[in-house]
Ligand binder design. Structure first.
Ligand code: MG
Length: 158
């Protein structure tokens, strides 16, 4: 059986935080704020994977009220979600994503993101799409107040 799931996430940009996207630290004046490392791309992918098997969302598994996971790497979230999929006889076969960010430039970092996410979810990087766009100055994303990401995951389940 082939199943699909979608994911979306957004985090605010704040001073004094590292900017982590797709597991890659990107030099920037601000970083994303959140309970974990606030990696919006990894969060959107995790939700898409969970959605594909009807298993809820990452907030259920990694609540921002859980102090024990404060600052956790979102690559660990992806690894744990992938384990949950395999416990449900499912594995990812394709992921496609779009990052919405006014700044910084994302494109130079995409090859590294594909490799790192591929390792986290056990998928060849050729099956991981990462695209980036600005929001053309429109709305909160366009004003550079935050960064958002969308993802779609295709999963094969026995
Ligand atoms: Mg998030």
């Amino acid at each position: 059986m082939i199943r699909c799931g979608i994911g979306y996430d957004v985090h605010r940009l704040a001073a004094g935080r590292k900017l982590i996207l797709g597991g890659v630290e990107i030099p920037h004046s601000r970083g994303l704020e959140g309970h974990s490392d606030a990696d919006v791309l990894s969060h959107a992918i995790a939700d898409a994977l969970l959605g594909a098997i009807g298993a809820g969302d990452i907030g259920q598994y990694f609540p921002n009220t859980d102090e024990s996971i404060r600052g956790m790497s979102s690559l660990d979230i992806l690894r744990q979600v992938t384990t949950l999929l395999s416990e449900n006889n499912a594995c990812p076969i394709n992921v496609d994503t779009t990052i919405l960010a006014e700044a910084p430039k994302i494109a130079p970092h995409i090859p590294a993101m594909r490799k790192i996410i591929g390792q986290a979810i056990g998928l060849n990087e050729s099956r991981i799409g990462i695209k980036a766009t600005t929001n053309e100055g429109l709305g909160a994303i366009g004003r550079g107040e935050g960064i958002a990401a969308m993802a779609i995951a295709t999963v094969e389940q026995e």
